[in-house]
Design a protein around this ligand. Structure first.
Ligand code: GAP
Length: 444
């Protein structure tokens, strides 16, 4: 993890939030490469789960919603973690994450065993909507995006004219005042979720949970996270939320241990039922074919953007020893992202920066590719160094514009460039006219 964290800072993937003021625990900023990586992940999730399907609608709800929603969903009363205080150093820790020795828990900060009893700490951040800091104006930053979907179920159903089964998908920020944020961006206080609520007839819930499990495993494979690295935890009876008939946790082999990436939960009609009860509004469904009226059940695949971004970084990170033509060995740090996820798709290099014809051609190629992919134009330093810089950024392809390209060595290779592959470091010659389609096929 240390190597990954340091590369992420050095190359501009992730920075500590508020760094120049000493940082803020549990908050992170994404830099130029990180924001592209995260955007590629979210765009591909949206494409797979919304654009490529007839049975899915997207939405984007507000972060702050009526407090009544959190009362109805149970978050106001029960969205809490057990917390203990250390009486010696005053640190606060999650009771269920305390280290233990000889059957006794102790403070992870100072080692003392003088701890208070556990008490519930609600994880929702509070604020006030409007100028008065009164109880009437109390609002919460949402701790999950899902509730915005449930409370818009009727709106989406009426405007989209979908029929069961169908889903609503949303990507957005969520906030949890975690007692102990940890493991870099794995557990933070501000993060993003990609959530689907897939509404169905009650008798289809179990089978659709397995269907979504398969869909989600395929998704991870398609972004470069192999099934062999994902552990499926089928949560046993008694350990699931009381309303859930089936829950799978998908866990990834992070360097700090196997930990949750996503939950896929069959939540029955619990959420819509609660909002019907609290709002008094009809969130049920009328089946034209069978003339039945009922409250739909729901299957919820809920993934974390930041955790998946971290998994992408961990999966991509590699160090290998390479030897040059002169026999010198060095360590090559490379991020082997799937081209779909790579923040920069193609590096574009004129062989020499002081040859206007090379520079002009290279800039022309960059300008042509820019509207459809993120490219990086670089004319500084030796070509080998430029390749290494792109290896560290995870750029799958680099093209070099040389004297062959501009026809100085004869007509055969005119208008061709060298295409260099990140993973194998092999090079091939490709016509400029074929370049765009070649790259598009690899990254789409
Ligand atoms: N609506 C269901 C729900 O929110 P969850 O298991 O609490 O379920 C879903 O959260 C996903 O959100 C998790 O699998 C994880 O990827 C992400 N997530 C939850 N808490 C997080 C945190 N503190 N930091 C980063 N990601 C988090």
């Amino acid at each position: 993890m240390e190597k990954i964290v340091s590369l992420c800072k050095r190359r501009g993937f992730i920075f500590q939030s508020s760094e120049i003021y000493g940082g803020l625990n549990g908050f992170w900023d994404y830099g130029p490469l990180g924001v592209e990586l995260k955007k590629n992940l979210k765009d591909f999730w949206w494409r797979r789960n919304v654009r490529e399907r007839d049975d899915m609608e997207g939405m984007d709800g507000s972060i702050i919603m009526n407090r009544a929603i959190w009362k109805a969903s149970g978050h106001e009363d029960t969205f809490s973690d057990p917390m203990v205080d250390c009486r010696v150093c005053n640190s606060r820790n999650r009771a269920d994450q305390l280290p233990e020795k000889d059957g006794k828990k102790y403070c992870p900060q100072c080692g003392s065993r003088d701890l208070t009893e556990a008490r519930d700490f609600n994880l929702m951040f509070k604020s006030h909507a409007g100028p008065l800091e009164s109880e009437d104006n109390l609002v919460y930053l949402r701790p999950e995006t899902a509730q915005a979907i449930f409370v818009n179920f009727r709106n989406v159903l009426d405007t989209s004219r979908q029929k069961l089964p169908f889903g609503i998908a949303q990507i957005g920020k969520a906030f949890r005042n975690e007692i102990n944020p940890r493991n870099y961006i794995f557990r933070s206080r501000e993060f993003e979720q990609m959530e689907i609520e897939y509404f169905c007839r009650p008798e289809d819930g179990m089978q659709l949970t397995d269907y979504w499990l398969e869909q989600r495993l395929k998704f991870y494979e398609d972004i470069g996270i192999p099934r062999s690295k994902i552990h499926i935890n089928d949560i046993p009876d008694g350990e699931r939320a009381f309303y859930s008939k089936k829950t799978y946790d998908l866990e990834y082999e992070f360097p700090f241990g196997v930990s949750e990436l996503e939950g896929i939960a069959y939540r029955t009609d619990y959420d819509l039922g609660k909002h019907i009860e609290h709002s008094g509004k009809p969130l049920d469904y009328f089946d034209e074919a069978t003339k039945e009226r009922f409250v739909p059940h729901v299957v919820e695949p809920s993934a974390g953007v930041d955790r998946t971004t971290l998994a992408l970084l961990c999966e991509a990170f590699d160090e290998e020893t390479v030897t040059d033509e002169k026999g010198n060995s060095e360590t090559r740090t490379v991020l082997r992202f799937h081209p779909r996820m790579a923040p920069i798709k193609c590096g574009i290099f004129p062989l020499l920066k002081n040859k206007p014809a090379l520079v002009e051609k290279a800039k022309e190629i960059a300008t042509d590719l820019r509207p459809i992919m993120n490219v990086f134009y670089d004319e500084a330093g030796a070509i080998g160094r430029r390749y290494r810089r792109q290896d560290e950024a995870g750029t799958p392809f680099c093209v070099t514009i040389d004297f062959d390209t501009i026809g100085e060595n004869g007509p055969e290779k005119k208008d061709t460039v060298t295409l260099r592959h990140r993973d194998s470091m092999t090079q091939e010659r490709i016509a400029i006219s074929d370049l765009k389609n070649y790259l598009l096929e690899k990254i789409s």
